[in-house]
Design a protein around this ligand. Structure first.
Ligand code: IPM
Ligand code: MG
Length: 360
């Protein structure tokens, strides 16, 4: 099979973890006889430095042409005081919107080898296995009007959370389908005691639920959900929620998994005529400028994102399973990066990448 993949390493540790993820892709392709065609593009802070634009036109074009896009992370401290429009993150929101990847799948698993890496008690995190499905191209991240007017004590800021019926319905159908392929339990998370967007969300959930009579549905308010995630994570199978709630709750997932560096993600849009999903794959973590360039970053979230890409964008289930099995094997060997608090000397980013390649 020909795999035309665009890589977008971005900023900070994004470049380091993407490098390892690409090595793993190369290994899979040589092992299973696929042809890998890689192209690289700029996004985020590096793109602002080189072109003045966090999401250059060239990157948009290459992403639309590629079979799938593999991203690192964006964000640099020198842009911290800039308005949202001029920040690296604007590039990330731009590429998500351009590809129309409205469904962000963020699996959260506690591997038995990592049970001691989480600060939570072992009996709480043991057996955690859920997917957080985050709506990715709507809500308060994109709503208008937005902006700051006035100065000093007269300043006034506004953001808008907005959802249409169809935007809610399509992400819910995706989540119900995923639940169908797993333990058949869906938890919808909202703030319907306060927000109209959430009231519409809950109404759409109730209208769509009869299409999936085999899936058990429940609802949680987002504040309660934040608490249930650490009190009883095993109660979750598939969790579906709007954009900003999903952003916040998925970082909590990092605590369950032992480190946010472990979490992969797949952002999916519509299906192509071939049946493959339009997909953007990125680890959940950020650019972590504090540890960038030191070989400390955990590449397993990025490598897990490669597994997701092989499965969703190329239908290569065997290859995806081989990558996931290799990740587990490396975790069991104990040669992991510092974020996972190994007993001996922590492994470097490159050593972990090499170990995964070797295990494939
Ligand atoms: C994430 C990140 C991004 C988001 C930032 C970097 C814009 O936190 O992917 O979770 O908020 O979507
Ligand atoms: Mg986030």
């Amino acid at each position: 099979m020909d795999l035309r993949i665009l890589t977008v390493p971005g900023d900070g540790i994004g470049t380091e973890v993407t490098h390892e993820a690409v090595r793993v892709l190369e290994r899979v392709c040589s092992r299973y006889g696929h042809q890998l065609h890689l192209t690289e593009a700029l996004l985020g802070g590096i793109a602002i430095h080189k072109t003045g634009n966090p999401f250059p036109e060239e990157t948009r074009k290459l992403a639309l042409e590629a079979d799938a896009t593999l991203m690192g992370a964006v964000g640099l401290p020198e842009f911290d005081k800039m308005p949202p429009d001029k920040r690296p993150e604007k590039g990330l929101l731009g590429i998500r919107k351009a590809l129309g990847v409205y469904a962000n799948l963020r699996p959260v698993r506690t591997y038995s080898a990592l049970i001691d890496s989480s600060p939570l008690k072992n009996h709480l995190v043991e057996g955690t296995d859920m997917i957080i499905v985050r709506e990715l191209t709507g809500g308060i991240y994109y709503g208008t009007p937005r902006g700051i007017t006035g100065e000093g004590t007269q300043a006034h800021a506004v953001n808008t959370m907005a959802y249409t019926y169809d935007e809610i319905a399509r992400i819910l159908r995706m989540a119900f389908q995923l639940a169908r392929g797993r333990r058949k339990k869906l938890t919808s998370v909202d703030k319907s005691n306060v927000l109209e967007c959430s009231q519409l969300w809950r109404k759409v959930v109730l209208e769509i639920a009869p299409e999936f009579p085999d899936v058990t549905l429940d609802h949680l308010l987002v504040d309660n959900c934040a608490m249930q995630l650490v009190l009883n994570p095993r109660r979750f199978d598939v969790l579906v929620t709007e954009n900003m709630f999903g952003d916040i709750l998925s970082d909590e997932g990092g605590v369950l998994a032992g480190s946010i560096g472990m979490l992969p993600s797949a952002s999916l849009g519509d299906r192509r005529p071939s049946g493959a999903w339009v997909g953007l794959y990125e680890p959940v973590h950020g650019s972590a400028p504090d540890i960038a360039g030191q070989g400390k970053a955990n590449p397993l979230g990025a490598i897990g994102s490669v597994a997701a890409m092989l499965e969703y964008s190329f239908g290569l289930k065997k290859e995806a399973a081989a990558v996931n099995a290799a990740i587990e094997q490396v975790l069991n060997s104990g040669r992991v990066t510092a974020d996972l608090k190994p007993k001996g000397t922590p492994a470097t980013t490159g050593e972990v990448g090499a170990a995964v390649c070797e295990a494939i």
